[in-house]
Design a protein around this ligand. Sequence first.
Ligand code: HEM
Length: 451
Amino acid sequence: QKFPPGSLGLPIIGQSLSLLWAMKANTTEKWLEERVKKYGPISKLSLFGNTAVFIYGQAANKLVFTSDGRTIANGQPASSRAILGERNLFQLNGEDHKRVRDSLVSFLKPECLKQYVGKMDGEVRRHLEMHWEDTQKVTVLPLMKTLTFNIICSLLFGVERGGRRDELVNCFQKMMEGMWSIPINLPFTRYNQSLRASAQAQNIVKELIHEKRVELEKKGASSHQDLITCLLSIHGKDKAALTEDEIVHNVMLVMVAGHDTSSILITFMVRLLENDPTILAGVVQEQEDIAKSKSSGELLTWEDLTKMKYTWKVALETLRVFPPVFGGFRKALKDVEYGGYLIPQGWNIFWVTSMTHMDANIFQEPSKFNPARFENQATIPPYCFVPFGAGARICPGYEFARIETLVAIHYLVTRFTWKLCCTDDTFSRVPLLVPNQGLPIQIMPKKLPSH
Ligand code: HEM
């Protein structure tokens, strides 16, 4: 059997710097297309210290997402594994993955999140009062990161505004900077700073766990107060379902996986709505109808969200064109044959979202922004629209992201109109999507029909 074509580049560094540079310069798609032109649809390379094979398209996605975890397992680069902790869901496979994932989903499932729509509403309104009202100019991405981080802290960790939340934000930002870095642990490297920030954040999470455990023992807390109390309360036959390390490492994962992604989706929707008056009009109409049906100060409910169908289609199309997650890695646990080549045991498999999302054979006129594609989602072939992944590892935060995006967009379009301040419409991936300059906009308050 043949190895895939391609070169492994320099030891350890391989193609990492060249890919990171392309991501930063917003030329990732071109970088990938050039690979495909040079080597074909499957090629080998070396990324972040591991030999990897790059594959894309429907068949590749199916291979990655339907694997049972015994042939192809999740395998993050060494840097993110060390930063998030060995027992985070990304690292687990088989029974362990199922047990930990089921525990997280028992809080993140729609039936449970339904009751938190009002709490999210409160967070969004407070955010707008603090950062958007009485000002003429805001920068959207950093504010949306603050909003989604606050929502996660409050709803998932039970950490309300104050010193502890600020400390967590600080650690988090430093931690993210080394997430996709070359894992060289020397005092001056990004990777080293990330590791130190991660240790600090994990200590805060451990303190939280101890406090919540005491509250639960004193029966002062409900088991569904937040994600952490929920995870502490789940019991198997005669012991807790998750170990303390599993809780800490998965809180770290949720912090990373859950807040940057949704903030990017909301930011790109703000950017897009200003660029497309017809789509904006459709979203405004839908949201104002809902606003008019409510009395002043009344919180949004699950019922209201079910009426936001057009807005969610716009969100899905935004995710197709600007998927916040660029792709990810798996590891071949056994030799795998794919596309006439051998992917040897131990190699990483590098999958990406955007190459499939922009394939004209799957999405007609792929560069055209058209929410109507999502009128009937069943018409989209399986494994072709994958902003949340697919299969057993599909993002468990889908519903959480849907609720916070819809609530945020509701208040943005019913309370403000805006204009983009900079003509620079480009963006980069670091590794998540970032509009250059963070999307500064000029905002004008609207006269409200109700709230
Ligand atoms: C627009 C928002 C979001 C996007 C685009 C997104 C995307 C993704 C993607 C692509 C994956 C990887 C799937 C794979 O490896 O096969 C993933 C996994 C994950 N996401 Fe999200 N996500 C979002 C929001 C969230 C939120 C809000 C949370 C938590 C509250 C969350 C928690 C997770 C977790 C825990 C995993 C690991 C799942 C596993 O390995 O079983 N995500 N997400």
